[in-house]
Design a protein around this ligand. Structure first.
Ligand SMILES: [Zn+2]
Length: 504
């Protein structure tokens, strides 16, 4: 007998419908799988057999053939267990047949793994699979119950969450299965309190740099000794960026769904992500990849902040892989079977020590690095990588006395309002943030008056600025003017922007 169910394979941030046909025929007992299953899917034979037995169902006699179609979609992971198990039960006559040849054709799309005892654990990628189920007929999804909040993000589909193979089989045998009631109220994964700028004492220059970076979408490089608060400051950048739009929230949540990094039971992510991979992380961990391409830290930070602490400690090869995606806002991973593209639009924050020991220019401790060692340390960052940062700021350790004397700074809510206003000006004027201005658009939008030109020429004359550096200063000056609500860039805006140039 033959049974057919629909499931979906996650590929990049999409799910592609896959049909599972199961035939139980004569011949020696055993199971054959065709249609490009990878090793992890072939292993499902043993899981499925145990799960069926431990759920109290008879395992059909005869030879079982499982066909996964279309054949050119690579099937990876454990999410095919549940449809295969249900297909075996249907083809083996354990589940009642609605039609003779294709008993389960009109059922929901089925996705999930099974454990040996017949349980159905949480899985990765439920959100894109739910989006695929919305396009299917009927628009319905049978899936692991722990992923309910995630699946419920997609509206217009019937949801059948199950905790076990037994429950899933009951759902199929029920005359009129009842879809789940959607969780009401905030299932959003927004529980943790936000890191607020009000907690940062002093650091006026660094706070200003954060605000400019947020307003214009500029990448920011911070230089300062250990313990000066670079990480603390970087964390607060995500909190002064505008809230995610519904589309952005969906895009961010989809990436985290595919990567398996959603908090347990979590729904839509509404907070901008902050990711801080360690400098020893591999190329794949940073930009994504693997035999079943998964998003890396770069994509997990999509629409948020990617923080690279101790930037010169990252290998040059790993940093180079970031360059093109930072420009394009996407990362493409080529594989033999299929090329996968992940979104990767981030604000990059780099941090470095001023020297290998970290204490050059620090009053608290003597730096013992030779000028040559300092030179070598700084040169680990390639020119093209440095060119990614429009803004650079020195972060000094705040002495205790000053810490106690300073009143609390402005809160993130106040700063974020200025950022929102400045962004609105840019989108209204150019349809893009200042950080993306290049060539003609840059010259047109960042025209200077005579005093501004003189200021720029002076900096260039003193060889403080290269041609590339000039473009960066113009973009930052434009953002400073936008924060002030001004159409024209003042010479004082140019002067402030020059302060935030990279130390050479
Ligand atoms: Zn040193």
């Amino acid at each position: 007998m033959l049974a057919r169910l629909m499931t979906a394979a996650v590929c990049g941030v999409e799910a592609i419908p896959v049909s599972v046909e199961v035939d139980v025929g004569g011949g020696l007992p055993g199971m054959t799988m065709v249609g490009l299953p990878d090793a992890s899917v072939r292993e499902s034979r043993e899981r499925v057999r145990s799960a069926i037995r431990n759920s109290g169902f008879p395992f059909p006699n005869g030879h079982i053939t499982v066909n996964l179609a279309p054949a050119d979609v690579r099937k990876v992971g454990a999410a095919f267990d549940l449809p295969i198990a249900l297909g075996i039960l249907a083809a083996g006559g354990v589940l009642p047949h609605r039609q003779k040849a294709e008993p389960t054709r009109d059922g929901p799309l089925v996705a999930g793994g099974v454990s040996l005892d017949g349980g159905v654990p949480a899985m990765r990628g439920v959100l894109p699979i739910a989006a695929a189920a919305k396009l299917a007929t009927p628009a319905a999804l049978l899936f692991p119950a722990p992923n309910l909040a995630e699946a419920a993000i997609v509206d217009g589909i019937d949801l059948f969450p199950v905790r076990s193979l037994f429950e899933a089989a009951q759902m199929f045998t029920a005359k009129q299965p009842q879809p789940a009631v959607r969780p009401i109220g905030p299932t959003d994964s927004d529980v943790a309190s936000i890191d607020d700028l009000a907690d940062v004492a002093g650091q006026l220059l660094a706070r200003r740099a954060l605000e400019i970076a947020a307003a214009g979408g500029h990448h920011l490089l911070m230089s300062g000794p250990p313990g000066a608060g670079k990480t603390m400051l970087a964390r607060r950048l995500a909190g002064i960026l505008p809230p995610l739009s519904p589309d952005e929230a969906l895009a961010v949540t989809t990436i985290h769904s595919v990567a398996g990094t959603l908090p347990p039971g979590g729904g839509l992510l509404r907070r901008r992500p902050f990711r801080a991979p360690h400098h020893t992380c591999s190329e794949i961990a940073l930009v994504g990849g693997g035999s079943q391409p998964r998003p890396g830290e770069l994509s997990l930070a999509h629409h948020g902040v990617l923080f690279l602490d101790e930037l010169p400690e990252f290998t040059r090869r790993v940093l180079e892989t970031l360059r093109q995606p930072l420009e394009l806002g996407t990362i493409t991973i080529a594989r033999v079977a299929r090329t996968v593209t992940f979104p990767a639009r981030v604000t990059l924050v780099g941090a470095m020590n001023p020297c290998p020991c970290g204490y050059a220019g620090d009053a608290r401790k003597q730096c013992r690095c030779t000028p040559l060692a300092i030179e070598r340390y700084k040169s680990r960052l390639s020119g093209p990588m440095r060119d990614r940062f429009d803004l650079s700021v020195e972060v000094k350790a705040v002495p205790w006395g000053e810490l106690r004397a300073t009143s609390p700074g402005e809160s993130s809510v106040v700063v974020r309002q200025r950022v929102l206003d400045a962004r609105e000006r840019q989108m209204h004027r150019d349809g893009m943030l200042n950080a993306r201005l290049e060539g003609g658009a840059l010259r047109k939008t960042c025209a200077l008056d005579a005093a501004g030109e003189r200021m720029l020429a002076m900096a260039m004359g003193r060889q403080l600025l290269s041609a590339r550096g000039t473009a960066r200063v113009l973009r930052v000056a434009r953002t400073i003017a936008d924060l002030a609500g001004c159409d024209a860039i003042a010479s004082t805006d140019v002067a402030e922007a020059i302060q935030f140039r990279l130390p050479s």
